[in-house]
Design a protein around this ligand. Structure first.
Ligand SMILES: *Cc1c(COP(=O)(O)O)cnc(C)c1O
Length: 359
């Protein structure tokens, strides 16, 4: 048996074992071609099928019709921080942004290169410990940008703001496809794959036709969403192998029973860990307000840093890795993406209880 740990890494992160096994089986000879997916043309019938299937799976699993384009681009979510304003913002216009942490702040910084930013809400003054649920929206903004799950600070929207008619743009990098949502609320969703969808190297962009129609002219073709939407992401060579893995992951999500089933497991996992935080609040100190708790990244502190170091090391020795908080905030972070099985959360919960009793 291959040695596998419970991998609580925040990203790149754990992938379903089944997906890795399929990829291994098909690695040298993809379905009788005698070549790996890494070696075939992105214009081949085989890759076309991978691409089309992946697009169809996103629409099916997220409940979207063909008025939504699904794109697979390179550059990570960070490239989307720039590409969104490059397409929809200009010097004479204003976009509304909610600042809920490091990733939102980076998105805001890039938007300011292209136009005006109106800060519609921020939790910066309280160390990003909650979601400001009531955005203050100027009527003339060209869009509202939010970050659905704040990977570093451990907060997540538990209901989404009414954008008051503005296009709603969402960085869903760390919680896409983790729960049931009305995805039709959003005009553009983007997500780097390496948290919940697959390996680093591909970013999924889901964009509604009505927003696509508003893309700026006069920007480089490679950065224009229209270029990619018109060519099913095959304007240039796409990150083919990561797209293939994302397709396998979405097949796995569907096989689990879709988002209803995935949500059920994700709910059970986060309940286990928050239950420890609520039971021993002086020992496992949650860092966020209850109405903003993330299901995907649970952040906490122990009574002191030495205990945190010990916790991380002993957990690792017991087969549970990736529990160190982000370098900018410290502490512990438990990432519970889709591919983390319930047994992983159970094992960690037991470990927490034992650790507390011994220390
Ligand atoms: C990881 C992450 C990013 C950055 O993704 P890259 O692919 O490294 O550019 C952006 N936003 C959120 C919410 C993230 O979790």
């Amino acid at each position: 048996m291959t040695h596998r740990i419970y991998n609580f890494n925040p990203g790149p992160a754990t992938l379903p074992l089944e997906v890795l096994e399929t990829a291994r089986q098909e690695l040298l000879d993809y379905r009788g071609t005698g070549m790996s997916v890494m070696e075939i043309s992105h214009r081949s019938a085989e890759f076309d099928d991978i691409n089309d299937t992946a697009i169809a799976l996103f629409r099916e699993v997220l409940g979207l019709d063909e008025s939504y384009h699904v794109l697979f681009l390179g550059g990570g979510a960070s490239t989307q921080f720039a590409m969104v304003p490059m397409n929809f913002l200009s010097k004479d216009k204003t976009a509304a942004y909610v600042d809920t942490g490091s990733w939102s702040s980076k998105a805001i910084k890039e938007a300011r290169v292209f136009g005006n930013v109106h800060l519609a809400g921020s939790s910066k003054d309280s160390s990003y410990d909650h979601i400001p649920y009531q955005p203050d929206l100027p009527g003339d903004a060209v869009y509202l940008h939010i970050t659905s799950n704040n990977t570093i600070f451990g907060t997540q929207y538990q209901q989404f703001p009414d954008p008051k008619g503005l296009p709603l743009i969402c960085d869903m990098s760390s919680d896409i496809a983790s729960r049931q949502l009305d995805f039709r609320k959003f005009d553009l969703i983007y997500a780097g794959a390496q948290k919940n969808l697959g390996p680093a190297g591909v970013t999924v962009i889901i964009i509604k036709q009505t927003l696509l129609d508003k893309c700026a002219d006069g920007i480089p073709a490679i950065f224009n969403y229209k270029t990619h939407a018109g060519k099913k992401s095959l304007y240039n060579t796409p990150p083919a192998f990561p797209i293939y893995i994302v397709k396998l992951v979405m097949e796995w999500v569907k096989k689990q029973g879709g988002l209803a089933a995935v949500e059920k497991v994700n709910r059970a996992k986060k309940d286990r860990i928050y239950e420890m935080i609520d039971r021993y609040p002086d020992y496992f100190k949650g860092t966020v307000k209850p109405d903003s708790r993330s299901w995907m990244n649970i952040t906490l502190r122990l009574p002191n840093e030495d205990l945190e170091k010990k916790f991380i090391a002993e957990a690792r020795a017991a087969g549970m890795g990736g529990l160190k908080g982000h370098r900018s905030v410290g502490g512990i972070r438990v990432s519970l993406y889709n591919a983390m099985p319930l047994e992983g959360a159970d094992k960690l919960t037991q470990f927490m209880e034992d650790f507390k009793n011994k220390n």
